[in-house]
Design a protein around this ligand. Structure first.
Ligand SMILES: [Zn+2]
Length: 330
């Protein structure tokens, strides 16, 4: 893969360029190596190379350098890949239908907690739009909780698959989605951290919501990444191994995202656009083990994630992923 073209960037939340370096290029290359090694040990030796590549595919797009905004704490890439490079990344091919089905089934149980939390914040059932609905796992979890969600995704073949499961799914993205309808809730569980312009997305979500409608989003925590990457880089042997494990299991090693939000950065971004945060929930990533994962590694993942989830649910400060629920103030 050729090296992408880069351009200088600044904080998308406060517009400041004042930032401290979190990881230099060589630090991130070490994270890429650590991630390969971590997953290689946990997969059966006969695993087809494609499955290993898929698992660490995003590491091809490891950042050139990561910085943290001195004002709001946002973790971001500086320099950042030029926009068309990112579009090419998203236009990558879709897995086969059996792989999509297995992804759908693996993800539904973990998404029930998000659907339940959203239902609680709404205080009732209602309609909703999920942006980045992919294989429809959240649409299914929401239906179980009495929420009638439709999907919106830029991936036509994933959408074709999700429609076969009985869901309404629209082709396209949030900022160009054209409708006169409004919803009780809009959710972005998968892609908010990858957007070049998260402010435009918040604004578009606001327009799709009824008064007091709820905007729900899930983002990787910049705060968690920074704290654990410090241990990974300069802790003792045990701390380094633990930090690598926690970052890898939550898909944070190599930071394959455009933005690592903090609660403060999100609060500013949402309040500016007429939202008020109602609830913050800390969580871990959905399970990543599959039929190629060794048995001990499956147990290890379950143990790590259950333990971390207990801590993260109680205190979002220790959460690798944050679920944010904000209501439109009208
Ligand atoms: Zn900032």
């Amino acid at each position: 893969m050729p090296n992408p073209a880069y351009e200088p960037s600044r904080c998308v939340v406060c517009g400041h360029a004042n930032a401290e370096v979190i990881a230099e290029h060589d630090d991130l290359r070490r994270e890429v190596e650590a991630l390969w090694e971590y997953h290689q040990r946990r997969l059966h030796p006969e695993t087809p190379p494609r499955h290993l590549t898929d698992r660490v595919a995003f590491s091809e797009y490891a950042p050139f350098r990561l910085v943290r905004c001195c004002d709001c704490g946002l973790v971001y890439r500086n320099p950042v890949e030029r926009l068309h490079e990112l579009t090419e990344i998203y236009a990558r091919e879709t897995p086969a239908p059996d792989v999509l089905r297995s992804l759908h089934e693996t993800q539904v149980p973990a998404l029930r907690a998000q659907a339940r939390a959203l239902r609680r914040v709404l205080g009732r059932g209602g309609s909703g739009l999920e942006v980045g609905s992919y294989v429809g796992a959240f649409l299914a979890a929401a239906r179980t909780e009495g929420l009638q969600f439709e999907g919106l995704d830029i991936n036509p073949s994933a959408n074709a698959f999700t429609r076969t499961m009985g869901f309404t799914v629209h082709d396209g993205d949030l900022t160009s989605f054209d409708t006169n309808r409004t919803f009780d809730a809009v959710a972005i569980w998968n892609t908010f951290d990858q957007l070049a312009d998260p402010r435009a997305a918040v604004n578009a979500a606001g327009k799709l919501l009824r008064p007091r409608g709820v905007f729900a989003l899930r983002v990787p925590s910049g705060e968690f990444y920074v704290a654990l990457r410090r241990r990974f880089a300069s802790g003792n042997r045990v701390e380094r191994a633990a930090a690598r494990s926690l970052l890898a299991q939550n898909n944070l090693l190599t930071f394959p995202y455009r933005h690592g939000f903090t609660r403060e950065a999100l609060r500013r971004l949402l309040e500016e656009q007429g939202f008020r945060i109602k609830h913050v929930r800390g969580d871990v990533l959905v399970p990543i083990a599959d039929e190629w994962t060794r048995r001990w590694a499956r147990l290890e993942e379950t143990l790590i994630k259950r333990t971390l989830a207990l801590v993260a649910n109680r205190d979002a400060h220790w959460a690798p992923w944050l679920d944010i629920f904000a209501a439109r103030v009208d």
